[in-house]
Design a protein around this ligand. Structure first.
Ligand code: 5GP
Length: 191
């Protein structure tokens, strides 16, 4: 019996650089479909509007490392100096119930999921151009120039790595938001 043989639901991995709009697209997908979003664990601090258990499970580095040691994570990665990971139990339970499950995770994590669960479907969200990505990162006013440069570097790396892995079979260029949402909903509900 393979790892996946008792799973009947579909698993989607949505990745893309920060500023690609993948968070907005994923939220719209959840509102417009029956897909369920997995809640990740992270060691980063909660933002002012973020709720523990809804946006993330906010945990300490020690707690995160004990989850790694216990094999409780489907995948994990260090992103911008913090741990992020997908709790395996809830995802497997939802899939066994036949639900469509969505992971919004970075490419490092996505590649681990494709190794462990080869039937997972990868969707890469990309900005229309690097210039536009730069403009979006500047206009949200969250980061200083040095941090923006770091995010652009990671964006280049993520897109190149996703492309060369050949595992992200779908790619959505997030230019017009409504068009991009429709594409994502069609991929997740139609395939
Ligand atoms: P943020 O701190 O902006 O919420 O997320 C930073 C990055 O971490 C994003 O690219 C997001 O997709 C990624 N991320 C969030 N949760 C997970 C996770 O469980 N695993 C991995 N590998 N990346 C994650």
């Amino acid at each position: 019996m393979t790892e996946e043989s008792n799973h009947s639901g579909k698993l989607f991995v949505i990745s893309g650089p920060s500023g690609s709009g993948k968070g907005t697209l994923t939220r719209a997908l959840i509102e417009r479909s029956n897909a369920v979003l997995s809640v990740s664990s992270t060691t980063r601090g909660a933002g002012p509007n973020e709720v523990d258990g809804t946006d993330y499970f906010f945990v300490t580095k020690e707690e995160f490392e004990s989850k790694i040691a216990a094999g409780d994570l489907l995948e994990y990665a260090v992103v911008f100096d913090n741990y992020y990971g997908t709790p395996a139990g809830p995802v497997k339970k939802l899939l066994a119930e036949g639900k469509t499950v969505v992971l919004e995770i970075d490419v490092q994590g996505g590649l681990q999921v494709f190794e462990n669960m080869p039937s997972a479907c990868g969707v890469l969200i990309v900005p229309p151009s690097e210039k536009e990505l730069h403009r979006r990162l500047v206009s949200r006013g969250r980061d200083e120039a040095k941090v923006i440069e770091k995010r652009l570097e990671k964006a280049r790396w993520e897109i190149e790595t996703a492309h060369s892995s050949g595992k992200y079979l779908f790619e959505i260029v997030n230019d017009d938001l409504e068009t991009a949402i429709n594409e994502l909903v069609n991929i997740v509900t139609g395939s």
